[in-house]
Design a protein around this ligand. Structure first.
Ligand SMILES: O=C(O)[C@H](O)[C@@H](O)[C@H](O)[C@H](O)COP(=O)(O)O
Ligand code: SF4
Length: 605
């Protein structure tokens, strides 16, 4: 089925805009691939180092150019619940490779930050930069040029985007992403948030808060809210980097292990040494990127992807804009209600039909490009399935159900939860911003109130605790942009702002910083570009200025006369406290060289 005309039109304009960069990129990818099996360009010395610890049989195989070698890039660590399961994946992948007549080596590890651990802490100022550092680290592993394909073990926020940037930078290689799967369901996310708000009001103590948090985050796997990490899993499946039905199978289950084995074998089957060569740089094109954005809107995905998708697309020579993302939001309905866009978690989403049901619903109205390449083969229709185990422990796939297993969690395309997606761009005399409205009640889509200006999220927390914020206001938290302090998530502001909103005050957040993918209920215009540290208009706002955030009209305005506003000099902040401590001194080059948020806040562009 042809894609919806608006989908085709937006895709066509991205293709047109990208043409010079995309053609140059594809030329590089094809030249790299044309050199044939990559180990053939290595010297004997290079090779000997590359397989020094391999068995004699593996050495003999790797000395030739017939047996494919799989490079594993792993983001394993014990800190992230979502990445801890990866500890056992390499031996499983090596064994599966041997069974398939290939070889697999861990090519390298990459760092992985848990935004939950660093939320509200100085370490969060390294978080966004860690995406590009992860891409660099993965590139170091693959640069040994020993590999015919790569498999990537990563799940969380900045890790998958960084790994995709690396995979596309090595676009001559096939790449398969292997997920670890979600944590089993614990304390419901809305109950966790309720306890947080009680703690913010001083109505419960740390003991009760820690008990609630620990019941919510309680074991291996990805946290179960629909934040950036689970948005990543959705993206990897709908863009064709995952095996069909792999995204939301819990870790430590037979199906999880079978899917891991299957992915390793599939990666070996799609190298240049076989008959289904699928280099990542050719597999991922403008249609794949549009499919990812459609999935993001249909599920109420993370605002962080207005940064990461732009950066990932650029790694493949594709120039994506916030206007593209915003225009797609106008035609893609919201089909999933997963916290913070509802009460369900990703396990409920998966049980209700998950990705297979979602993709089928979107294909029914041509809202996805079906004619795309994936690691599984040609066409997205192959992903309208559920993965299961047969009696022999092998992965089999059944058509996803036509009916949603829970109409409160997954809606049919004919009866969406909202007619449009969740992510809108705002423009006006403060520059450009992004807002996620899928989790904001309609009566809060337009907020007009006086500004209260903060240069640090702790200042707002302290003002709240002093009881100074019991009124209608728009919190302007500035100098939180990429150049200022690495563009941290300000998700710790959700509980106090949520308390004030629940008390009936009209509140909103306006910032050049970020929010978490799990933020939701409070209207927030984020990623403001240009940022305050670039002298952007946000640096000219004064306490008391009336600000109007209008997510319906798509505008963000300070209601001050143009002459008055232009006559103001931008405030300059003392950011010396953000230059040292917790590794921030190591990322000074990133702060100096990072690009604007609407360009992906990348050090590469
Ligand atoms: O973008 C995201 O999804 C967030 O960065 C998420 O990964 C992080 O963990 C948040 O902090 C939410 O978790 P909490 O509400 O527990 O902080
Ligand atoms: S989802 Fe967020 S909080 Fe959970 S493990 Fe990943 S980064 Fe950490």
């Amino acid at each position: 089925m042809a894609a919806h005309s608006s989908i085709e039109a937006i895709t066509a304009r991205i293709v047109e805009r990208s043409k010079p960069h995309r053609e140059a990129y594809l030329d590089r990818v094809r030249r790299a691939a044309s050199r044939g099996p990559h180990r053939s360009v290595l010297s004997c010395g290079n090779l000997a180092h590359g397989f020094a610890v391999c068995s004699p049989a593996e050495k003999a195989a790797l000395a030739g150019d017939v047996v494919p070698n799989l490079g594993i890039i792993t983001a394993y660590n014990d800190m992230l619940s979502a990445h801890q399961p990866y500890e056992t994946f390499p031996p499983i992948i090596r064994e599966a490779a041997r069974e398939a007549g290939g070889i697999a080596q861990v090519a390298g590890g990459v760092p992985a930050m848990c935004d939950g651990v660093t939320q509200g802490q100085p370490g969060m100022e390294l978080s966004l930069f860690s995406r590009d550092a992860i891409a660099m680290a993965a590139g170091i592993g693959l640069s040994h040029n020993m590999f015919d394909a790569a498999v990537f073990l990563g799940v969380c926020d900045k890790i998958v985007p960084g790994l995709v940037i690396a995979a596309l930078s090595f676009g001559h290689l096939p790449s398969v992403f292997i997920p670890a799967g979600p944590m089993t369901s614990g304390l419901p996310n809305d109950e966790k948030s309720r306890i947080r708000q009680l703690y913010a009001e001083g109505k419960v103590g740390r003991a009760e808060l820690l008990e609630a948090e620990s019941k919510s985050y309680h074991g291996p796997g990805t946290c179960t809210f629909y934040g950036t990490a689970n948005s990543n899993q959705m993206l990897m499946e709908i863009m064709g980097f995952h095996m069909p039905g792999a995204s939301f199978v819990n870790p430590g289950t037979p199906l999880r292990e079978a899917l891991t084995r299957e992915a390793a074998k599939r990666a070996l089957a799609i190298t240049a040494l076989g008959n289904e060569f699928t280099p990542a740089g050719e597999m991922i094109d403008e249609r794949s990127i549009v499919n990812g954005i459609v999935g993001l809107h249909a599920t109420g995905g993370s605002t962080n992807h207005t940064l990461h998708l732009v950066a990932m697309a650029r790694a493949a020579g594709i120039h994506l804009t916030w206007q593209d993302i915003s225009d797609l939001s106008d035609i893609v309905p919201l089909l999933a209600r997963v916290y913070p866009n509802g009460l369900a978690d990703v396990n409920h989403f998966h049980a209700a039909g998950g990705m297979g049901f979602l993709i089928r619903q979107l294909l029914k109205q041509g809202l996805l490009h079906d004619d795309v390449r994936t690691v599984f083969g040609q066409g997205l229709e192959a992903y309208t399935v559920e993965a299961k185990l047969d009696a022999h422990g092998q992965v089999v796939r059944e058509p996803a159900p036509d009916e949603s297993g829970d109409k409160k969690v997954l809606a049919a395309i004919e009866t969406p939860f909202q007619p449009t997606g969740g992510l809108k761009m705002l423009t006006g005399n403060l520059g450009k911003a992004v807002i996620k409205i899928s989790a904001v009640k309609p009566e809060r889509h337009v907020i007009e109130a006086p500004a209260i200006v903060f240069h640090d999220q702790q200042e707002l927390q302290d003002a709240f605790k002093r009881g100074e914020l019991n009124r209608d206001f728009i919190a302007v938290v500035r100098f939180q942009g990429p150049k200022a302090n690495g563009m941290p998530e300000l998700h710790r502001l959700t509980p106090p702002l949520g308390v004030l909103q629940d008390r009936g005050f009209k509140v909103a957040l306006v910032t050049d910083g970020r929010m978490s993918g799990a933020s939701g209920k409070v209207p927030a215009a984020i990623h403001i570009t240009p940022e305050a540290s670039d002298g952007g208009p946000i640096a000219r706002i004064k306490n008391g200025d009336l600000i109007r955030l209008d997510a319906v009209a798509g505008t963000l305005e300070v209601l001050v006369s143009a002459a008055e506003f232009a006559s103001r000099s931008p405030v300059v902040a003392d950011l010396s406290d953000n230059e040292f401590g917790m590794g921030r001194e190591l990322f000074a080059p990133f702060r100096r060289n990072v690009g604007q948020a609407d360009q992906g806040a990348s050090v590469f562009a």
